[in-house]
Ligand binder design. Structure first.
Ligand code: GLN
Length: 462
């Protein structure tokens, strides 16, 4: 059942919101026991909110999400709920305010039932870079495999839930579409600036975008419609609206066919079934430079963002016995995970006097060229199609064998659209060895409606 249908049912008032929510919480607890997808389960808060909604129901209050359970990625601030961005350094942090997207969900009468798990601060592609405090989530189709990351908990929960639910997620370099592909759900990452980042714990400010994960394109679209819009609290928030372009012919990226054979076959078969005209185009600069440019920029920004977690104004506090510098080092050594430390070191190096021009500034130049390359193709074609990921969800035992560089290469198809701030959507194209596999559509800036339209077409064939 879609979210819209469920909202209509709840509003008929045949069962109380409290009874409905209690049942949902029971099911959610089971899902969480099995798949470990929540960093925080907001049981009591949800029941309290349901009680309020029951009263509002009698007054015939409106709300596009009335009584619908929604999860929020752990990097989104929810007032009074533990919000850690998956990091031990933020253990027990409870924000005194809501992120703008959370406010908007609450205004439409949704219920935040929990915070979904993620790689620490979003640093990862498999949700295996979890900190001391959390377990890694398991793929609903095979518990020996990853959910993808970094919004792994969100995708796993939406897939497993037998009730209408939709998730608030976030992507810096692919964290929405990657787990959507590995878990067989829909991931919708909007144009940079369309959704306010106010209340998001930053990974890399010039790349971060809040988006949605749903069981269907319709659900993901509904939540995006609610959370988007100009917000004076975010200086990068935009005022423009999404536009619609007719789809006559689309592009497929030639270099993106260099993936696992089964993934390529499924991708081409899906395009055939779509009965849409397509042309192969090449994005050579993106193929070659997107990964290095992305990782240099993302790590540079991340290393400055993480500087504030030193155990004084931000981050876990302890008694100060030594001098300040030793105290800061002790806190940061104890409570940041391995990958966060690696990124702080690499990011600081790339920005350092003497290296800045060779790394950071060069990466910014490469980013500009990548944007130009995308814009050129998108002038002729409204959509670029690629597989979402080069493979199906790998097994944990194989992930541990990857070097950091091999790990980063997994993002080869997702970092390009993110560097260019372009909207992209992943929808399940079918199954390979019983595992789901996504197809991704990238649109021009503000081209959300176009990728949504084509995403719905894919749902109708599979
Ligand atoms: N895998 C990428 C990274 O580690 C993207 C993660 C993300 O979008 N948060 O940076």
């Amino acid at each position: 059942m879609s979210i819209k249908q469920q909202v209509r049912l709840i509003k008929e008032g045949k069962i109380s919101v409290v009874d409905y929510v209690k049942d949902i919480l029971k099911q959610s607890a089971k899902i969480n026991d099995e798949l470990k997808c929540l960093n925080y389960f907001a049981k009591e808060e949800s029941i309290k909110r349901a009680e309020i909604l029951d009263k509002e129901l009698k007054q015939k209050t409106n709300g596009k999400l009335f009584g619908i359970p929604i999860t929020a990625k752990d990097d989104l601030c929810v007032k009074g709920m533990p919000t850690t961005s998956g990091s031990t350094i933020l253990r027990n942090y409870k924000p005194p305010y809501n992120a703008t997207c959370i406010e908007k969900v609450l205004m439409e009468k949704g219920i935040i039932i929990g915070k979904t798990c993620q790689d620490e601060f979003g640093f990862g592609s498999f949700n295996t870079n979890t900190s001391l405090d959390f377990e890694r989530p398991l793929n609903p189709f095979d518990k020996e495999r990853t959910t993808g990351g970094s919004s792994g908990g969100a995708a796993a929960f939406v897939q497993k839930a037998n009730f209408p639910t939709v998730a608030l997620a976030e992507s810096t370099g692919g964290s929405i579409v990657n787990p959507a592909s590995f878990c067989g759900v829909v991931g919708l990452c909007p144009t940079y600036g369309l959704v306010s980042r106010y209340g998001l714990i930053d990974y890399a400010n010039s790349l971060d975008k809040i988006g949605t994960i749903g069981k269907t394109v319709e659900d993901a679209e509904l939540l995006l419609d609610i959370i988007k819009g100009f917000d004076p609290l975010d200086p990068t928030s935009i005022k423009q609206e999404s536009k619609k372009i007719n789809i006559k012919e689309i592009a497929i990226q030639k270099e993106a066919l260099d993936v696992d054979k089964e993934v390529k076959d499924l991708f081409l078969e899906t395009l055939k079934k779509l009965k849409i005209k397509y042309k192969e185009v090449s994005l050579p600069l993106t193929a070659k430079y997107a990964i290095p440019a992305y990782y240099i920029i993302a790590m540079s920004e991340a290393s400055t963002n993480l500087a504030k977690y030193c155990g004084m104004r931000y981050g876990k506090e302890e008694e100060i016995k030594d001098d300040f510098n030793e105290y800061f080092s002790k806190i940061r050594s104890s409570y940041f995970g391995r990958e966060a430390k690696r990124r702080i070191i690499l990011g600081t190096f790339a920005r350092m006097a003497g290296y800045r021009d060779a790394f950071y500034v060069k990466a910014l130049k490469a980013r500009s060229l990548i944007i130009q390359e995308y814009k050129k193709v998108l002038k002729d074609y409204p959509v670029i199609a690629t597989p979402t990921m080069p493979l199906i969800a790998p097994k944990f035992k194989d992930i541990t064998k990857l070097t950091p560089l091999q790990n980063y290469m997994m993002d080869i198809l997702t970092v390009g659209p993110n560097l260019a701030g372009l909207p992209h959507l992943s929808v399940n194209a079918g199954f390979i060895s019983k595992m789901p596999c996504g197809i991704m559509f990238t649109g021009d800036h503000l081209g959300e409606n176009t990728i949504i339209e084509i995403g719905k077409k894919v749902e109708n064939i599979s």
